[in-house]
Design a protein around this ligand. Sequence first.
Ligand SMILES: [Zn+2]
Length: 301
Amino acid sequence: MAQGAPSWFSLGVRHALGIATLVTTVTTAAAGLSGARGTTHDTAASIGVGPHLGPAALRFGRSVGSPTAGHLIGGAHLDETSYLRVEPADAEGDVRWGLEPLVAMLDRAARAVDRQFPGAVTTFGHLSRHGGGDVERHRSHESGRDADVGFFVRSALSSGAHQVFAPHFVAFRADGTAPTWPGAYFDDAKNWAFIAALVSDPEARVTHVFVAAPLRARLLAHAEQMGAPLALRIRAAQVMRQPHGALPHDDHFHVRIACPAQMAGCVENPEPPARAAGAAAGSTGRALGPRGAEHAAGRRS
Ligand SMILES: [Zn+2]
């Protein structure tokens, strides 16, 4: 994206908002900027967006239902850029759609890390499917408000370290090393920069960042050591948590945003676990690769 382009276009996202007025306004520019890929504009009538739903619906599309029982209307697509990659193991099926505020926030956060650490690339796993609904191996991710984000990983603890990448999420221990990846280290500085950007986002409000407790502790310790503002550290401490009754999230962040204000039909909290567990029992799974047992034992959030 060109420097100086309107912020709406500098997000690196492909919009499929079914907004007649927005489409009319931006058609010319969009044709030049996103080309043939941006062809999934639905009409306002076909997706049921009407004036009774208020301004939030017109701008964002709609998250309908809850993270564990819902769908997504008029989502935005998270596109790969120079500072944003898709984890190869999760690339299949294009599960990278979300409510516009989520997608825009993720893009802003990735850009913020790249600004602070030139050349840094943020790794993303699943968001939601186009239209939302069930995503295999996840309990949530149904309503366009959830995203999985890979950790930033460095090659060494020394100052000469560089960012390294894996084809799938890799678990890290409390000491910052990875049992399955000798020589790789959890990058406290970049991971904190990403979390700081999320919780400082000017538009979307993050309600949860699921992450294993020892890694949460590492990030908060790093933030304190580098002199991050107290308010920022408190906010990060409030949203980061290791979930109960789910995988520990020692190999990725799971990020969730709140329902935007005035979004009719958006349900803030997931279904009760008992119901979700019943749904999980009916899923058959597939060949899962090296982490198959882990996923068979419990689905990702
Ligand atoms: Zn997740």
